[in-house]
Design a protein around this ligand. Structure first.
Ligand SMILES: [Zn+2]
Length: 159
């Protein structure tokens, strides 16, 4: 929890990711990172009132609890996938691939693949390694909402 609550990492070195600085929407989101959660929370509250569920009930279940579960799913990747699973690549970090965690986190559980080639947007590299996040990115690329996806390099893929 410490690194979530700490403000020690609020700022970053823009020179380390200069390619991101070309996108005004990313700079906007970095500066005003609080806007999207507030909009989502407000919309969830309004949705609860509009549907008769109740504003507070909708806010607690549709925003607060769902966000806490999302965080736990996301953050467990950096701990549990260094403990449980199988290792395809001999990376120096003990990272592992784990089907259960990949299902819970929409593909992030293929963590050993990720550590082996971190620039790839695709983490499940075999057909049976389900990676819904990659499928969504690929679909968005077909309608040109995202572009320049970096696949897993063929030279790096297992035989
Ligand atoms: Zn890791």
């Amino acid at each position: 929890m410490g690194w979530i609550l700490s403000d020690a990492h609020d700022h970053y070195d823009p020179k380390a990711i200069e390619d991101f600085a070309r996108f005004p929407e990313l700079r906007f989101l970095d500066t005003y990172h609080w806007i999207c959660p507030w909009l989502l929370g407000t919309a969830t509250f309004a949705f609860g009132i509009w549907t008769g569920i109740g504003g507070w009930e909708a806010l607690v279940w549709g925003f607060v609890i769902s966000t806490v579960l999302l965080w736990h799913g996301t953050f467990c990747i950096n701990s549990l996938t260094h403990v449980w699973g199988t290792r395809r690549f001999p990376t120096p970090d003990q990272s592992r691939n784990n089907l259960v965690l990949a299902l819970i986190t929409l593909g992030e559980g293929w963590h050993n693949n990720h550590h082996h080639y971190q620039a790839s947007c695709r983490q499940g590299i075999r057909w049976w390694e389900l990676d819904p996040t990659y499928y969504a990115l690929k679909a968005l690329s077909w309608i040109r909402i995202v572009r320049d996806l970096r696949p897993f390099p063929a030279a790096s893929a297992p035989r």
